[in-house]
Structure formats: structure tokens, C-alpha cells
Ligand binder design. Structure first.
Ligand code: MG
Length: 189
């Protein structure tokens, strides 16, 4: 009896970060473009935020295992739909990005929910108002041969989670200023 070939299932945070960065880039999305949405969204509520903390937040979020699974799956679903690989009605429903199909948004809510209800309401804002790269993905997805049905939600959700993380980090810093204590590194937000 032949042995089942061992497959790699568990990746390190660094590997997940690199693999997510790579697949996003392959689908036309840079981490800077995602961070820009977070910056614009959070700048409305918080003064003195930097693009660096937005990018740091995006980088952290895409290294999380749950997000890794979502990003990899979302990118593959879109690619398979572009290649006409699904069978049955779901092929056209995904490829045409049917408005009443909501599983892409479910995935977005799941990812943005890593940063609580505020993460999810921030995702709702990005989903409805389609800022920056999310708008570009949405528009490009209408072109022949391109499907961004899942990618636009995952990207919007990462931006929403990152923008929420920025608010959390800055609140923590404010709280520590008030108490006179330094920010504790074990409380990694
Ligand atoms: Mg979508």
C-alpha cells in the first residue's frame, strides 16, 4: 500500500504574510493600496495618523491564519470563476457578481469582525462607498474575463480591520499617556 504523500498544511506567520502579499499582488492589489483606504477612513475620526501605522496594521492582519485562509480561498474562487471551472448555476452567479449573492460579503464580515463590531461597520462603509482600490477592483471586475467578486470584499475587509486596529492602537497610546505608563508590548492589538 502506498503511503499518502505528506502535504504542507501549517504555515508560519511570516510564510502566511508572504503568501498573502504575493497572491494579492498577483490579483493586482498592493498592501499600500489597502493601507490607503484605512488611512482615508480613519483620518476622518482620528488626528495625526500616519500611513506607516496603517501599513503596519495591514501587514499584521494578513499574517493571521484565519485571514490567510480567507484571502487564499477568495483569490482562488475568483480565478476559477474567470476560467469557467465551476459547474452548475454558481459559475455564472459568481462570475457575473450577482447583487443578491452575499457569500462574498459574509467572508468580508468575518475578516473585519476580527476587530469587533466597529470593524464590521467600517467594512459596511467601504462596501457601500467603494473607496480606492475596492472601486478599481469592482470596476475592473465588470470587464470581460475578469472576476473580482470575492477579492473586492476581502480587500475591503482587510482595510476595515486595519483602520479599526489603528483606532485601537491610538486609543491605547492615549490611555497610557493619561496614566503615565508606557505601552506594554504584550498587549499586541
Ligand atoms: Mg463582492
Amino acid at each position: 500500500m502506498s503511503e499518502k504523500k505528506a502535504k504542507k498544511l501549517i504555515y508560519t506567520r511570516q510564510e502566511m504574510f508572504e503568501l498573502n502579499k504575493k497572491i494579492l499582488l498577483k490579483r493586482g492589489v498592493t498592501l499600500e493600496a489597502i493601507a490607503e483606504i484605512s488611512f482615508k477612513q480613519q483620518a476622518k475620526y482620528t488626528d495625526n495618523i500616519s500611513r506607516d501605522i496603517c501599513l503596519e496594521s495591514v501587514e499584521k492582519i494578513i499574517s493571521l491564519r484565519d485571514v490567510f485562509h480567507h484571502v487564499q480561498l477568495a483569490a482562488e474562487i475568483d480565478r476559477l470563476a474567470e476560467e469557467g471551472m465551476f459547474q452548475g448555476p454558481i459559475q455564472d452567479i459568481i462570475y457575473e457578481d450577482l447583487g443578491l449573492f452575499g457569500i462574498d460579503e459574509t467572508m468580508g464580515l468575518e475578516v473585519s469582525g476580527l476587530y469587533g463590531t466597529i470593524g464590521q461597520t467600517n467594512f459596511g462603509d467601504i462596501d457601500v462607498n467603494k473607496h480606492g482600490i475596492v472601486k478599481r477592483l469592482n470596476d475592473a471586475g465588470k470587464e470581460d474575463g475578469i472576476c473580482h467578486t470575492f477579492l473586492d470584499d476581502i480587500v475591503g475587509a482587510i482595510a476595515a480591520a486595519a483602520s479599526t486596529r489603528v483606532a485601537q492602537v491610538m486609543s491605547e497610546e492615549t490611555a497610557h499617556e493619561e496614566t503615565g505608563l508606557k505601552r506594554f508590548s504584550i498587549f499586541d492589538l
